[in-house]
Design a protein around this ligand. Sequence first.
Ligand code: SF4
Ligand code: SF4
Length: 508
Amino acid sequence: MVEVLNTVKKSKARPGVGALPEGERPQSLYAARTKIFPKAVKGFYRTLKTRFAWVALLIYFGLPWIRWDRGPGLPDQAVLVDLQHRRFYFFTIEIWPQEFYYVAGLLILAGIGLFVVTSMFGRAWCGYGCWQTVWTDWFMWVDRKIEGDRNAQQKLDNMPWNFEKIRKRGLKYLIYTLIAFATALTFILYFADAPSLVYWFFTGQAPFVAYSTVAIMGFITWLFAGFMREQVCIYMCPWPRIQGAMVDEDTLIVTYNDWRGEPRGTRGDRKRHKEIRHGDCIDCGLCVAVCPTGIDIRDGQQLACITCALCIDACNGVMQKIGKPEGLISYSNVKTYNAHVTGQLKPEDQKSFGWRDVIRPRTIVYLLFWLAIGTAMFLHLTLRERLQINVVHDRNPIYTTLSNGEVRNGYTVRLLNMQLKPRVFRISMEGLEAGRMRILELNRPAARSFEVEVPANKAKTLKVYVTADPARLKAGRVEFRFRIDALATDSTPAETAYKRAVFEAPGK
Ligand code: SF4
Ligand code: SF4
């Protein structure tokens, strides 16, 4: 890795991004942005990147419109963050606020997933899956459709403002704005019923927070994908800094094989300096021209490289044209690179990567870890109980002595029916043999158990009074349990839950 990082040669990369030649110091810590106009490229990785982007965009824009029947009175949106009722719905899964640890678990899974991908392919996530990459790529596609490819864009940029420039830039910014608006509008659809919210939004009936969120999200999309682009990856995102700890000498990274390409030389250089045995790099600069972050991969592995591999496509096209084998820039690892540099591997031994380069002990450990957490979460999710009981003892008064000499304690009991069907819960007491309870909302004589119907996906709060004759108590403070039995129905299984409680009486 050190050798790759130190592979510093003359570069056409934009200032401030690539590695500086040895001994040279930056004149200023601030580097003005050099405009980047990436050239369109065709090839395997370009196609792969486009397909990933399509899938990501289809998922993002399509998910809020998928319907999922959960029964009467319940939201029928497959993926919904219901802030008003504090629920998260994901197809058959429903998360209550107290189960938020599942979301934390999902974030941990996503984090380990990133570890796995990074240890296999470096920053492939940045190059293919990240929000910033996908939207920036989309905006760059708009640039090309309206202004043309790299040269035409550069020409237009250098042109003084005239009718053509105003027309093209105006149209481009209008399309940027429409994409940013659609992105932001879709974002809020994850938080309410999508068809209703769209109707309310365009008829002026949506809440203020919906309009303000669309304005903020739209502006961020417009700014990040339309203008800041690679600066978000290079200066704002922490991931490039963290990834250094995850790659090792076996990790596949986009590599310029300088053992094969150097000394580089254009056709003119080759004619002028026949005494030099030039390498395969014809110094055409196409790998730099297609790079969305404007760097020169020939300077070695850099923080700004998002591993999109578009330079591989560009260089492979050049190699085909000049009749040389592909792979001057390729996915390779430091081990293989060093073996070529030191002569352990001959140029003709160069090969593209195989499954052994990806499935290694380290990635297997990551994968097993990922699978173990994923399986544990899945099992916990499927087997979790769908009823809960919370009990809070009245604080003031702790107990009341009634006119007949009995002592009464008050409790606030909250029953949670987390199934998407209404259920009958039997609430009873275990222990405190002398006690009986009365439920204020039921208006029935005191007894040791009651049945209460709790609507689907709702909590029911009851005021429960427990009375007991203090003469029959062994102590002034008696522990007992509330027991809740959810009775089985055709579609829901029987379940039981307990909650400890204390009955207070005058001390003995
Ligand atoms: S595209 Fe290939 S040949 Fe052209 S400059 Fe880049 S590495 Fe050299
Ligand atoms: S150097 Fe190559 S892989 Fe890295 S960002 Fe540029 S085009 Fe993508």
